[in-house]
Design a protein around this ligand. Structure first.
Ligand SMILES: *Cc1c(COP(=O)(O)O)cnc(C)c1O
Length: 364
C-alpha cells in the first residue's frame, strides 16, 4: 500500500514548462523587479478582475503592507478571525496594532457578520477577512457592513486564488486582496512569493513604495514603514507559466472535494458546505469528533492528514491575549475537530478512492 500525501506537486509540475521560464530569466540577466514581475502583475490583476497587482515576497508581507496601505499602525484595532493560522495576526502584531478576534460562522468557519457588527460598533481601523480553505467568506455582507462604519476590508486570499461569486473573484470585493504563492497554494511558486491586488490606485501606489524601502524615486524615501519585500523575476516567470493552468487545477480540486462530499454524506462528520465556484478546495477539511483516533486509522491506511489549525490565535503562547479559553466557542470547537485530507490537482482517481475507503473506516 502506498501512502497518499496531503499535497504533492508531482503530476502537475510536469505538465508545465517551468524550465524555460527560469531559463528566460537567466538569459535576461535581470533578477529583481523587471519584465517578468510587471507582466505577472498585469496578468494576475486581469485574472482577478482588478486594475492593480503588486508582487511581494510572501503572503504575510502582503497582509502587513495591505494594513499599512489602509493607514493601520501602532495601537490600532484590527478585527479578524482566530482560526486562520495566525498569518493575519502576525501582520497585525508586526505593525504594532492590536488584534480583535471575533467568532466565526459555524458553517463556513469564516468571519460571522453578526459578531463583526458588535466589534465595529466599538471602533476598529481595519477588517481582515480570510477566505479559509478556499471558501469565500460572506464577503459582500462584510463589505456592506464595513462601508456602514467606513472601515476598510482586507481580504486574505492566500487559500482562495480564483474563488468567485457573482462573477467577482477573491480579492476584488474589499479594498485590497492579499495572496501568497507558497508552493502548496492553489497558485504556487518554486519558493516564496506574494502579492496584493486592488481597484484603488492610491493603495497600489502605497504598496509599491512600501515594498522597496518606502522609495518614491530611487534612493528617495517618501513613505515611512517601508522595507524590502519584492517578488523576484524567477518566481514571477514560474507563476506566469502556472497561472494559465489555475482554473483547470481548481476544477480538479473541486471535483475531488465533490467526490469526497458524496462519499461521506452518511458519515458522522461535517464537510465543506460548498463545492461551487466560491470554493477552490485549497484544503478539504472534515470536522470529526475523535480526531486523534480518526487520524490514526487514516495513517494506518496510508492516508496523510493534517490539522489547519490546531491552536486558535488568541490561545497562542507567543502572544498572551486577554481573551482566554472559552472566549470564541465556535473557533475553539473547530480547532479541536478539523482535519485536512489529501486534495490537490495531481491526485489520482485511485488515490481518491483510497482516501474515501480509509475515511469510511476511520469515521465509524
Ligand atoms: C499561507 C497563508 C498565508 C501566508 O503566506 P506566506 O506566503 O507563507 O507568508 C497567509 N494567510 C493564509 C490564510 C495562508 O494560508
Amino acid at each position: 500500500m502506498t501512502t497518499v500525501p496531503l499535497f504533492s506537486t508531482v503530476g502537475v509540475t510536469a505538465t508545465v514548462d517551468l524550465a524555460s521560464a527560469v531559463q528566460r530569466v537567466m538569459d535576461s540577466h535581470w533578477y529583481i523587479l523587471g519584465k517578468e514581475v510587471s507582466e505577472f502583475e498585469r496578468e494576475f490583476a486581469e485574472y482577478c478582475g482588478v486594475p492593480y497587482c503588486v508582487g511581494l515576497a510572501n503572503g504575510t508581507d502582503a497582509l502587513e503592507l495591505a494594513l499599512r496601505s489602509v493607514g493601520a499602525g501602532e495601537g490600532d484595532r484590527v478585527v479578524l478571525a482566530a482560526n486562520a493560522g495566525f498569518y493575519g495576526s502576525t501582520a497585525v502584531r508586526i505593525i504594532g496594532a492590536v488584534p480583535v478576534y471575533t467568532d466565526v460562522d459555524p458553517q463556513t468557519l469564516t468571519l460571522a457578520p453578526t459578531a463583526l457588527r458588535k466589534v465595529l460598533e466599538k471602533g476598529v481601523k481595519a477588517i481582515i477577512v480570510t477566505h479559509l480553505y478556499g471558501q469565500l467568506a460572506d464577503v459582500t455582507t462584510i463589505v456592506d457592513l464595513a462601508a456602514e462604519f467606513d472601515v476598510p476590508v482586507i481580504e486574505d486570499c492566500a487559500q482562495a486564488h480564483g474563488a468567485a461569486r457573482g462573477g467577482r473573484r477573491a480579492g476584488a470585493f474589499g479594498h485590497v486582496g492579499c495572496f501568497s504563492f507558497y508552493p502548496t497554494k492553489n497558485l504556487g511558486a518554486l519558493g516564496d512569493g506574494g502579492a496584493v491586488i486592488t481597484s484603488r490606485a492610491e493603495i497600489a501606489a502605497r504598496v509599491r513604495r512600501l515594498r522597496q524601502y518606502g522609495w518614491g524615486a530611487k534612493y528617495h524615501v517618501e513613505a515611512p514603514g517601508g522595507r524590502n519585500s519584492r517578488l523576484d523575476e524567477i518566481q514571477a516567470a514560474v507563476l506566469r507559466a502556472k497561472l494559465r493552468h489555475l482554473d483547470a487545477w481548481n476544477a480538479r480540486r473541486r471535483a475531488v472535494a465533490r467526490s469526497y462530499n458524496e462519499a461521506f454524506v452518511e458519515l458522522p462528520a461535517r464537510f465543506p458546505p460548498s463545492t461551487g465556484e466560491d470554493y477552490v478546495a485549497h484544503l478539504y477539511v472534515l470536522r470529526v469528533a475523535n480526531r486523534a483516533r480518526f487520524r490514526k486509522v487514516l495513517n494506518e491506511r496510508g492516508v496523510a492528514s493534517d490539522v489547519h489549525y490546531p491552536v486558535p490565535d488568541h490561545l497562542q503562547p507567543g502572544y498572551p491575549c486577554e481573551d482566554g479559553k472559552g472566549a470564541l466557542p465556535v473557533t475553539e470547537a473547530a480547532c479541536d475537530s478539523v482535519v485536512s485530507l489529501p486534495c490537490f490537482p495531481g491526485i489520482k482517481d485511485e488515490q481518491v478512492e483510497q482516501v474515501i475507503e480509509a475515511v469510511k473506516l476511520a469515521a465509524q
